[in-house]
Design a protein around this ligand. Sequence first.
Ligand code: C2E
Ligand code: CA
Ligand code: CA
Length: 401
Amino acid sequence: MADTATAIQNVLVVDDDPVLCLLAESYFESRGVQSIWMAQDGKQAIDVLFDRAREIDFMLIDLNMPELDGIQFLRYLKKCDYTGPFAILSGESGAVVKSAQSLARAHNLNLLGALSKPFDSNALTQLLDKSKIAPREAVAAKDEPAPVTPSDLEAALSAGHILPHYQPKLDVNTGNVTGAEALARWIHAERGVIPPDIFIPMAERYGLIGTLTDVMFQRAVVEAAHWHRAPWTIKCAINLSAHVLANLDFPDLAAERVNAAGLDRGNFIFEITESQILQHRASAAEVLTRLRLLGFEISIDDFGTGYSNIENLSEFPFTELKIDRSFVRDAINDPFARTCVETSVQLGKQLDLRVVAEGVETAEDWDFVAAAGVDEVQGYYIAKPMPADAFRQWCLKQMCQ
Ligand code: C2E
Ligand code: CA
Ligand code: CA
């Protein structure tokens, strides 16, 4: 019978330990694996995946690594809806590995299992055999359109084909619209609407994210000027990327833009994730503090998936905490996710932050997060992100109810 591992052709090993990498390399070579990529941390692994995500059949991931560690890397995999199989290989204690496994499950990732260091080739073989990974040919047969390129993206940005869709946020107690998150969409002539997970990482990698943020912000300010006439305040949330946190001019540029439209800066919320802040920690403190001093709101996004702790949270001038949708989605069935939601609410309240639950998909989700004490809700149960005109119509309908 053919060994299951021989069905795997391309492997990525993510580990900073050179000895482990050598052992893994010789193991996979002896199993007839064609290509073995090595990454010393999550950052390098993201680089490899960016070009080869569709080729990689299996990943072996360490947890404790410099730069971007295994937990942050799992978060990245979740962000880009990565479905490929992988195993955790760690020298950390059982409790740490167990919580990493729970996190991977909460993210709905394709985790085959966890192995302890030192490297044990028999244990790995057993794990691969047990999970019967399909040969690459079987998954590669899909008829995919040609990928979009960075120059397509640049052209789309200049042509105005990248624009925000808006997803409403509601006050959980009154049901009133409190705001909307601007989410980038690429309106492509042949492909229809391209989601941001395809082009945001590309924009970041090819130096286009500054322009993209600018395009989104500019559009959102024009749109928010319409909401200004509504009988109650509708705040507009804009996603920032790490790159913006390195731009010390951003707060003044943002203030100028909002002033020029005659709008109140307090009606704009900038959303940022903790791992993005950690990439430019020093300048992030300056940029976020100045944005806050200028009257903008700052939200910590995807809360619970990074290294969020009370120290980090109180170090930056956040006004809002958004609980990641993976926890909200799983809270009904998964005690770990439920605890994450409840603890996040408590932490947010202690720090006097407005707490938002995103990814509310059902009435049960709504009831649970309301009982847990969140202030606002966002998710498909309320509405999916929609074009500017549709959002305005939607708000009008809500207000007339
Ligand atoms: P995010 O900031 O966490 O945005 C929320 C994502 O959750 C959106 O995905 C939204 O459509 C989705 N979502 C909302 N409610 C639900 C729900 O009930 N169920 C499910 N399954 N999903 C829900 P989207 O629009 O695909 O955006 C993905 C990510 O792309 C965003 O995650 C954000 O990180 C990034 N992104 C989007 N627009 C921009 C942008 O203008 N700039 C930057 N830097 N990043 C952006
Ligand atoms: Ca966001
Ligand atoms: Ca989020």
